[in-house]
Design a protein around this ligand. Structure first.
Ligand SMILES: NC(=O)C1=CN([C@@H]2O[C@H](COP(=O)(O)OP(=O)(O)OC[C@H]3O[C@@H](n4cnc5c(N)ncnc54)[C@H](O)[C@@H]3O)[C@@H](O)[C@H]2O)[C@@H](O)CC1
Ligand SMILES: Nc1ncnc2c1ncn2[C@@H]1O[C@H](COP(=O)(O)OP(=O)(O)O)[C@@H](O)[C@H]1O
Ligand SMILES: [K+]
Length: 452
């Protein structure tokens, strides 16, 4: 899966230390970070007067460097600091800035562009209440708010907010994204996240899910080689109808649904059958769960088959013990309620919880929500880019399950199929627009596929 790298604060510091050990001065890293922050500010905010709030550590150091670069470009820039810089690199950055440095407080005047360089990955506790008050006041008075690395108060690894945090239009981060950029509630405060390369070597299995690279159609292919999805209908046929339409629209060559009674309104291209023979070697992926209701035999039947499977919705609740999935080639797609029901309350951030669930079950886990994460038992984690909040409507999860099943049946490896579907699902929602219903979402999949 391609996409921007994501590192915890500890691994970020390790990457920085490795660069320093290899002979790169920390001042060079800070110089690059501050220059990138200044560049993004000019591009995003236009050449308006800037106020930079500097904290005592290296986040503040980046701010002094950015102030120098902005001043060199002829932009009116003021710096208000919490106090003297504490780290050597920040002291160096402060010494290179020729302008005046105000004491940050109730007297600090507003500016149209505000840059928050108070705290970044070094945040350890909530900001003092009076500092929060100043940050909120100055951000309310600004037209454009930019966060250096992280909004101050957002905890880098968990995505928790330790104090009230204003909403930023832009966050400029360095080397790699941090989990907080893609986990709620912090991700909702970051605005657009720009990643600047400051010359660090980044090695990680955690990435933001990027635009998928789907294999081209085989010119000599046939409907089975393009992928056969076999869905199992249960009590509520509407849900499996959404899933199967989504699977067909996602490029499966053949979509078949086992159902005891005809499902009205299903496109004729989707084959309805009253038998449920799952030992057909041509099946590329079985889909079970959407609209299943209390029919646990359907999950049992799916688990007897060799084919890969997507286990969604009601079927997740029927798994009981995650160990049951060992040896299965499965993708699980729980929302938070289904996740806790199957795995209990796990420690760590959402990504770590998904990874633990993947390790326990041996399945790829798509932990859904406004901050969907995809985890593979081999340690890979994909963090979804922001998706529209209007996805929170009935049936959109059924659509996602069908999309994953189609991409899996088309031959993508389980983790790749899940990540690609999550990306396309978010883009389809953007295309379908704020008043969409799940049926519109499925109809927008071809346009999302065309975006790639
Ligand atoms: N890791 C890297 O490779 C690079 C990091 N850079 C910058 O360095 C930042 C991290 O710098 P630091 O480790 O100095 O940490 P910060 O600048 O985030 O915080 C500085 C120190 O403030 C104290 N502190 C934390 N929370 C506080 C609170 N609520 N109230 C009062 N004091 C508090 C802590 O002792 C902390 O170490 C990054 O966010 C980034 O902006 C850049 O300079 C470029 C290179
Ligand atoms: N606030 C939100 N912002 C973005 N995406 C969301 C939000 N809430 C839910 N989603 C997405 O919408 C889908 C909902 O799936 P699910 O909860 O299974 O609903 P349903 O069972 O009704 O289909 C998931 O893909 C989830 O990630
Ligand atoms: K900051």
């Amino acid at each position: 899966m391609s996409g921007r790298p994501i590192l915890t604060a500890e691994r970020m510091r390790a990457a920085e230390q490795a660069a320093i050990d290899a002979g790169m001065p920390v001042e060079t890293l800070m110089e690059r970070a501050g220059a990138a922050l200044a560049e993004a500010t000019v591009r995003f905010g236009a050449p308006l007067p800037v106020l930079i709030l500097c904290g005592p550590g290296n986040n503040g150091g980046d701010g002094y460097v950015a102030a120098r670069h902005l001043a060199d470009r002829g932009i009116r820039v003021r710096v208000a600091a919490l106090g003297d810089p504490k780290s050597d690199a920040a002291k160096w950055a402060r010494s290179k800035f020729n302008g005046e440095v105000e004491q940050l407080g109730a007297e600090t005047g507003r500016a149209p562009i505000l840059i928050d360089c108070l705290f970044g990955t070094g945040l350890k506790k909530a900001l003092q209440p009076d500092l929060v008050e100043q940050l909120l006041r100055l951000s309310t008075d600004a037209s454009v708010c930019i966060a250096c690395d992280l909004p101050s108060g957002a905890e880098s690894d968990s995505g928790e907010l330790l104090n009230d945090v204003p909403g930023f239009g832009l966050t400029v981060t360095f080397g790699a994204l941090k989990p907080a950029h893609r986990l709620m509630p912090a991700m909702n405060k970051c605005g657009r996240v720009v990643l600047a390369d400051i010359g660090l070597a980044i090695d990680t299995a955690w990435r933001e899910i990027g635009r998928p690279d789907l294999p081209p159609l085989d010119p000599a292919g046939h409907k089975y080689s393009r992928g056969l999805v076999h869905a199992l209908a249960g009590k509520m046929p509407g849900a499996i109808a959404l899933s199967t339409v989504a699977a067909a629209r996602s490029g499966a060559g053949y979509v078949r649904v086992s159902t005891s009674r005809a499902i009205d309104g299903l496109p004729s291209a989707i084959v309805q059958t009253d038998t449920a023979i799952l030992d057909d070697p041509r099946i590329g992926c079985i889909l079970v769960g959407p609209g299943m209701g209390e029919i646990p035999q359907l999950l049992t039947l799916a688990l007897t088959a060799r084919a890969p499977k997507v286990i969604d919705a009601d079927a997740i609740g029927q798994v009981g013990d995650a160990e049951r999935l060992r040896g299965q080639d499965a993708i699980l797609t729980p929302h938070s309620g289904e996740f806790v029901r199957l795995f209990g309350k796990l420690p760590g951030n959402k990504a770590e919880q998904a990874l633990e669930a993947a390790c326990r079950s041996g399945a790829v886990v798509v932990y859904k929500g406004p901050d969907t994460v995809v985890a593979s038992p081999d340690g890979r984690i994909g963090f979804a880019p922001p998706a529209p909040a209007w996805l929170a409507s009935a049936g959109t999860g059924d659509v996602l399950a069908g999309m994953i099943a189609a991409l899996r049946a088309r031959g993508l490896e389980a983790f790749e199929a899940a990540c690609a579907a999550v990306w396309l699902h978010g883009r389809a929602a953007e295309i379908a627009g704020p008043h969409m219903i799940a049926d519109d979402l499925a109809a927008a999949i071809p346009a999302a596929l065309d975006l790639r």
